[in-house]
Design a binder for this molecule. Structure first.
Ligand SMILES: Cc1cc2nc3c(=O)[nH]c(=O)nc-3n(C[C@H](O)[C@H](O)[C@H](O)COP(=O)(O)O)c2cc1C
Length: 388
């Protein structure tokens, strides 16, 4: 277990998972992930969420150690995603007198996952702003629907100024990993929460009314210093504003000719003064990072081979994922390649046109099999237009 200090009364009882192959069955996690869980020790004891079923034994050991023979009074359930809720049934059976504290929506959803006897008697359903007295500590609850499940709520402990933020402010990476917060928090945010910018904005407005000194998320490190930095990032991300001035070139090439053109485009953009040019090969690189970078920068260039009168599927997959995450407010350029009837640009445009407030550059580059001088000229024009 990673050593995590919050305070004398609020303890970390979460676990690292460094052997999971894919988080949510689709995201690579090179440095693992943590399932965070906390305990507040006062006259009454509140346990804040459980952990994934992969880590049941370790979590109960951590819980037992901090309980030191006492019995918990409450299990606060922020939401029911299995990576945090999987041990509710076992916990409820081990501590039959302990109450489950949760939102009305969570209580309604709970029987879908668990079969807990006398559920009505076991549950303390809390509403917006309601409090739970623990002694010196007092938890106040705020609903956070669709951040990023409907039943989500966060808890605020005013004595120690701690926000238990559920999945908000979470990141990939085990606590034992020594890595930068922003990159993996951004990849987590856009791929997992990205669609729900408006609900995140609502939560941020509620958080702005609280005096917060510590944020305890359900994944990743406890945030204690420079909280304005993290809040500012979340504000930018959830408002769909670009974080940095730069271009992401996303390419999907069958035989490599489109990729050569995309790499040439990197050179052209740099020569024309682009502040930052990021590149992703959608056939091989991490798709989640491609999504992250698309949101990070204000400009995006799509380069793809034609395929079956449409576009090469890795590009279609990328665009569909951007659509899921409500990609918007950006400038997009298009490069296509085809050997007999190029169709990639039309298909890409068809999808991009459905995005909100996305300007597509007038200059489309159409390569016939291999890049020629005329294509480079067209790419120069596209670079000028997208950087203008
Ligand atoms: C399965 C398959 C389907 C294709 N469909 C089309 C098509 O509909 N129209 C077209 O002009 N070229 C089509 N092509 C050809 C490629 O798009 C073309 O050769 C292109 O130059 C490949 O660029 P690349 O080297 O970057 O993969 C197809 C190729 C394959 C393998």
């Amino acid at each position: 277990m990673s050593i995590v200090t919050i305070s004398d009364s609020i303890k970390y009882i979460g676990v690292d998972d460094t052997t999971l192959d894919l988080f949510e069955s689709q995201y690579i996690i090179p440095n693992g992930v943590s399932y965070n869980s906390y305990i507040i020790l006062d006259d009454k004891i509140a346990v804040m969420d459980t952990v994934d079923a992969r880590k049941t034994t370790e979590w109960f050991e951590n819980l037992d150690r901090e309980l030191a023979g006492r019995t918990p009074d409450y299990l606060v359930v922020s939401h029911l995603e299995p990576d945090h809720s999987s041990n509710i049934q076992l916990f409820a059976e081990k501590y039959p007198a302990t109450k489950l504290v949760l939102s009305a929506k969570a209580k309604a959803m709970l029987p879908q996952f668990f079969d807990i006897a006398k559920l009505d008697e076991r549950c303390v359903v809390v509403k917006e702003g309601e409090t739970l007295e623990l002694g010196a500590h007092k938890l106040q609850f705020f609903m956070a629907p669709m951040v990023h499940w409907p039943e989500v709520m966060v808890g605020y402990e005013a004595t120690e100024k701690v926000l238990f933020s559920a999945d908000a402010f979470g990141k990939f990476g085990a606590l034992s990993a020594d890595e930068d917060w922003t990159c993996e928090a951004r990849r987590y945010y856009f791929n997992i929460v990205g669609k729900y910018g408006a609900p995140v904005q609502t939560l941020l407005k509620k958080a702005a009314t609280l005096d917060i000194e510590t944020i305890c998320p359900l994944h990743g490190p406890i945030l204690k210093e420079d909280l304005g930095y993290y809040l500012d990032k979340y504000n930018t991300w959830s408002s769909y504003k670009a974080e940095d001035d730069g271009v992401l070139i996303a390419c999907a090439s069958i035989h490599g000719n489109t990729k050569k053109a995309a790499e040439k485009m990197v050179e052209i953009l740099k020569a024309k003064g682009a502040k930052k040019v990021a590149f992703t090969d959608l056939t091989r690189d991490d798709m989640a990072e491609a999504i992250e970078d698309a949101f990070r920068y204000d400009k995006l260039i799509l380069a793809a081979s034609s395929y079956d009168a449409g576009v090469f599927p890795p590009m279609e997959d990328f665009l569909n994922r951007l659509s899921h995450k409500t990609y918007q407010n950006r400038k997009v350029g298009i490069i296509e390649n085809g050997s007999w009837a190029p169709s990639a640009a039309k298909t890409m445009k068809g999808i991009v046109e459905t995005f909100k407030n996305v300007a597509i550059c007038e200059q489309t580059v159409t390569i016939k099999s291999t890049m020629k001088d005329a294509d480079v000229e067209a790419m120069e024009k596209l670079a000028e237009e997208i950087l203008a």
